[in-house]
Design a protein around this ligand. Structure first.
Ligand SMILES: *[C@@H]1O[C@H](CO)[C@@H](O)[C@H](O)[C@H]1NC(C)=O
Ligand SMILES: *[C@@H]1O[C@H](CO)[C@@H](O)[C@H](O)[C@H]1NC(C)=O
Ligand SMILES: *[C@@H]1O[C@H](CO)[C@@H](O)[C@H](O)[C@H]1NC(C)=O
Ligand SMILES: *[C@@H]1O[C@H](CO)[C@@H](O)[C@H](O)[C@H]1NC(C)=O
Ligand SMILES: *[C@@H]1O[C@H](CO)[C@@H](O)[C@H](O)[C@H]1NC(C)=O
Ligand SMILES: *[C@@H]1O[C@H](CO)[C@@H](O)[C@H](O)[C@H]1NC(C)=O
Ligand SMILES: *[C@@H]1O[C@H](CO)[C@@H](O)[C@H](O)[C@H]1NC(C)=O
Ligand SMILES: *[C@@H]1O[C@H](CO)[C@@H](O)[C@H](O)[C@H]1NC(C)=O
Ligand SMILES: *[C@@H]1O[C@H](CO)[C@@H](O)[C@H](O)[C@H]1NC(C)=O
Ligand SMILES: *[C@@H]1O[C@H](CO)[C@@H](O)[C@H](O)[C@H]1NC(C)=O
Ligand SMILES: *[C@@H]1O[C@H](CO)[C@@H](O)[C@H](O)[C@H]1NC(C)=O
Ligand SMILES: *[C@@H]1O[C@H](CO)[C@@H](O)[C@H](O)[C@H]1NC(C)=O
Length: 768
């Protein structure tokens, strides 16, 4: 039996490797009480794109009804289409999250009373009439979900022993407290009971407490929850993790798979399958093995769904072997209700020279939904012509989505690990019997095949990187993204890397390049095209995965230091030819503070480390330590960059810490439009800068934010001697700051310790 390899650790928690049937598991579940707090539900005011007395436009051809989404109000149909074409709300998701006030048929009667029924609808409907209808017949979005207060806890990681830097420690305490703003429960008194008496809503009511990502993501989400769970465990909110898992298990029981999020309009798609990792992390942290009796059979349900609904056979052009691999492939032929307008315009846009026929539209709708299922909506990874259109008009590029013919390396790596973890849980189950051991064996067997498939289809032994497999070209793709690190994270290390430390370094060469050449964190790709999951955006889960991938490398290939770059050797030249899919001159350029762009490794500095050896570090990368190997150096730098990014974005939008760090003065907050704000945790960051939130894409940048908090707390701030106070070079000239007052003559912004506190003045990042 292959037990999971656990990292050695000195903390008090019991690792899974200790057989649970030999010890009485010590439950660490803290008493956890929730009480409802009075709260105001946010209700967006309709802000149509035209004056209220203007007539609404013709709504155009309607997309077909979807069997899985029968609602005549919230799923495809005349009502949803009319509200969206009239653009009553800037985000299509707002309307579909508003429960009706009246039963469905009365709501529909009211609607048809305005627009008329049948072949000759009323041509005179105005925006004002539509606004009045929505105001009268619909309630506040997300009304059934209520914030739950929680007990204050002081988890053990919030200690100077774990986080030596006082400011990072204080800030971690603030981030820990943010869970309080994201904990939700369903308010049974607000639920729509349906039928003649009730109202109608898209909510899938969940019976247990959960944590939402934040912003427009007001429900429980699937893959977000993994990073939320990792953070909650660090925060010792064990009970919320249990209840999060209970919700997912309820969904598996009721629906047969875990939908993208807790709304009915997500019922045709899932998201990257992270349930097993959440379960495993929870059991490992708490010793609660009783949950396994329910969880294991439901994990089987989930795996069976991926097998039946998302698996396809692919014959390798490299070995001629045939593999069963998974892909994102949603059955769908209509706009996503929560992204209706964007999807509708992509398929029906007036800019189309030749209008799409029904089957072309259906294909595009399936592609758009499949992209959303991947969690990476949208990215050049999935797009045949990612540079069609421009950075503000990405619709032409989206029309060439090719998600269903892309076999994703990250998805298959996740399913590989899923099976191994499940096999271990079978073996560890109390009273595991022969049947359990047989299931464990079955999963290990499939995992072993999948590993061969991953190495065959996705690994390029010359470029030393993993890529998605493109079924259209019947070859590995060329777009390098953080998906390349998922196999390493999940324990798949190709033999070229295992056999050569130099090649191992080259496989992670892009990490050094990003840290040396750019000021922010690792981007979603190296192509700037206006999409959310492309450069310059950098996402918290990716930083976590790269960090974990570096940590997963064996000692045998991580013995050497990161040696300083010499004058004629750039970080780019250390990467195998073709790995990034771009020449050095094609890479995005790092903007400079006083205008212009840099190229080359502007941020890397050589440092003497004692003992006659030198190492390197990067700006906002923390200090190199004696005897630090290259993988530890890169993970330290990445952790520090991440903390710098998230901290500075928060500080520059009004963040402060009582007794430690004063809020920026109003004239500075004004520059970021943040007067009155208390500091935001953004859903994404940037490769270029540590104090801007990423932009682009589907919707306005969200704040909250579940996975941002979770990634920071679970991996980065608690690493002893890693996290230290961010420092950056002088103020930058970004578009909105050119006229901003500088805080001090040299351009450095300094923290303002509160009077009376004995914290010494220190340099702070210039969060502009
Ligand atoms: C629409 O408005 C026009 C002009 O105001 C009017 O003649 C016509 O009867 C109206 N149509 C309907 C269906 O109300
Ligand atoms: C709505 O439907 C219910 C039965 O589902 C029926 O009793 C009621 O009369 C209907 N109301 C209207 C306004 O059609
Ligand atoms: C986890 O939640 C379930 C459902 O509420 C509950 O029955 C169980 O006791 C909880 N487990 C622990 C260890 O608290
Ligand atoms: C929540 O509990 C109710 C009452 O027991 C049950 O009918 C419902 O199916 C549960 N919801 C889920 C998602 O399991
Ligand atoms: C999964 O496949 C089954 C059988 O083909 C189908 O009925 C079901 O709709 C599929 N579910 C999803 C969410 O695609
Ligand atoms: C299991 O828990 C131990 C102790 O907290 C921790 O060091 C280890 O990283 C955990 N393992 C996983 C895979 O989460
Ligand atoms: C896949 O291959 C096709 C055919 O060569 C190509 O047009 C496309 O850009 C490739 N990439 C994707 C993501 O489809
Ligand atoms: C992008 O394309 C749109 C539509 O073709 C055009 O209106 C807009 O000016 C372009 N923007 C840029 C920055 O090129
Ligand atoms: C990036 O860092 C370099 C050097 O550390 C600095 O000169 C430049 O102004 C920074 N640019 C931005 C946009 O942060
Ligand atoms: C280490 O770096 C310093 C400058 O930072 C340099 O003077 C010294 O020669 C270097 N030592 C070695 C062993 O490379
Ligand atoms: C890191 O290095 C800087 C500059 O060399 C030094 O001022 C600082 O004290 C060091 N921090 C730690 C935690 O050693
Ligand atoms: C914020 O900036 C705007 C535009 O520059 C200015 O009109 C306003 O007075 C400023 N407000 C404060 C509080 O500084």
């Amino acid at each position: 039996m292959a037990l999971l390899q656990l990292p050695s650790h000195q903390h008090s928690r019991r690792p899974l490797a200790v057989s649970f049937h030999l010890v009485v598991p010590i439950l660490r579940l803290l008493p956890f009480t929730t009480t409802t707090t009075a709260t105001t539900v946010q209700t967006s005011v309709p802000s149509p794109s035209s004056p209220l007395n203007a007539r609404i436009p013709n709504i155009g051809p309607q997309a077909p009804k979807q069997a899985w989404c029968p609602s005549e109000i919230f799923c495809n149909g005349e009502l949803l289409q009319t509200i969206n074409i009239a653009q009553l709300y800037s985000d299509s998701k707002t309307f579909v999250d508003k429960p009706t006030r009246l039963p469905s048929n009365r709501t529909l009667d009211d609607f048809y009373g305005i627009v008329g029924v049948g072949p000759s609808p009323n041509p005179n409907v105005t925006y004002g009439e539509l606004v009045n209808f929505v105001d009268a017949d619909f309630q506040g979005e997300g009304l059934e979900l209520i914030p739950l207060s929680q007990q204050n806890t002081t988890p053990s990681f919030l200690s100077p022993l774990r986080i030596p830097d006082p400011l990072v420690l204080g800030w971690s305490g603030v981030v820990h407290s943010y869970w309080g703003a994201l904990v939700r429960g369903t308010d049974p008194s607000k639920l729509c009971t349906g039928g003649a008496a009730g109202c109608e809503s898209t909510l899938i009511p969940l019976n247990h407490t959960f944590v939402v990502p934040g912003g427009r993501f007001r429900e429980q989400y699937y893959w977000d929850s993994y990073w939320i769970v990792e953070g909650l465990l660090q925060s010792e909110h064990y009970s919320i993790v249990n209840s999060t898992l209970q919700n997912f298990m309820d969904e598996l029981e009721m629906i047969g798979f875990i939908p993208n999020g807790g709304r009915k309009y997500y019922l045709n798609r899932s998201q990257p399958p992270m349930f097993m990792k959440m379960l495993w992390a929870y059991v490992n942290a708490t010793g609660d093995v009783w949950i396994l009796n329910r969880a294991i059979p439901l994990a089987e349900v989930e795996l069976a769904w991926w097998e039946k609904n998302r698996t396809i056979s692919v014959r390798s052009p490299y070995t001629r072997k045939t593999w069963d691999v998974a892909r994102y492939a949603v059955v769908n032929s209509a706009p996503r209700p929560e992204g209706f307008l964007q999807d509708y315009l992509a398929a029906n846009g007036p800019d189309l020279v030749v209008p799409y026929n029904e089957s072309q539209k259906a294909d595009l709708y399936a592609e758009l939904a499949s992209g959303a299922e991947s969690g990476h909506d949208y990215s050049s990874r999935w797009i045949q012509q990612p540079l069609l259109g421009n950075t503000t008009n990405t619709t032409p590029a989206l029309r060439t989505l090719n998600v269903r013919k892309t076999i994703p390396v990250d998805l298959n790596s996740a399913l590989y690990k899923y099976r191994l973890l499940l096999a271990d849980l079978y073996d560890l189950r109390k009273n595991a019997g022969a049947a359990d051991h047989q299931r464990a064996c079955h999963h290990r067997h499939i995992a072993s095949n999948l590993k061969q498939a991953i190495l065959d289809l996705f690994w390029d032994p010359k470029k030393l990187a993993f890529y998605d497999f493109n079924m259209t070209s019947n070859a590995r793709g060329t777009v390098f993204t953080p998906a390349a690190f998922w196999p390493f994270w999940n324990g798949i290390i190709p033999k070229e890397v295992l056999e050569s430390e130099d090649k191992a370094k080259e496989a992670f060469g892009s990490v050094r390049l990003v840290l040396s050449r750019y000021n922010g964190t690792f981007p979603a790709s190296f192509l700037v095209n206006g999409l959310q999951w492309d450069a310059p955006n950098a996402w918290p889960p990716h930083q976590f995965i790269i960090f974990e991938a570096l940590k997963s490398l064996p000692k045998s290939i991580t013995s050497k230091p990161l040696t300083p770059l010499s004058a004629n050797v750039s970080s780019f030249s250390l990467i195998p030819k073709g790995q990034l899919g771009f020449t050095e001159s094609e890479l995005p350029l790092q903007p400079l503070d006083r205008g212009g762009y840099a190229s080359g490794d502007i941020n890397e500095v050589a440092v003497a480390r004692g003992g006659g050896t030198n190492g390197t570090t990067v700006v906002n990368g923390g200090n190199a330590t004696t005897k630090e190997d290259w993988a530890s150096a890169l993970s330290r730098e990445l952790a520090n960059r991440y903390i710098s990014s998230v901290f500075c974005s928060w500080y520059s939008t009004g963040g402060s810490i009582p007794g430690l760090l004063d809020q920026l003065p109003p004239q500075e907050l004004n520059a970021t439009n943040s007067i009155g704000s208390m500091g935001h945790m953004f859903e994404k960051t940037s490769m270029f800068d540590i104090d801007v939130a990423g932009g682009g894409g589907e919707y306005t940048v969200q704040v909250g934010f579940g996975w941002t908090n979770g990634v920071g707390m679970s991996r980065f701030t608690p690493v002893r001697l890693i996290a230290q106070y961010p420092l950056t070079p002088p103020l930058l000239a970004s578009a909105f700051t050119s006229a901003r007052p500088r805080s001090s003559g040299d351009g450095w912004v300094r923290a303002r310790p509160q009077s009376g506190s004995n914290v010494e003045e220190r340099e702070v990042c210039n969060c502009n």
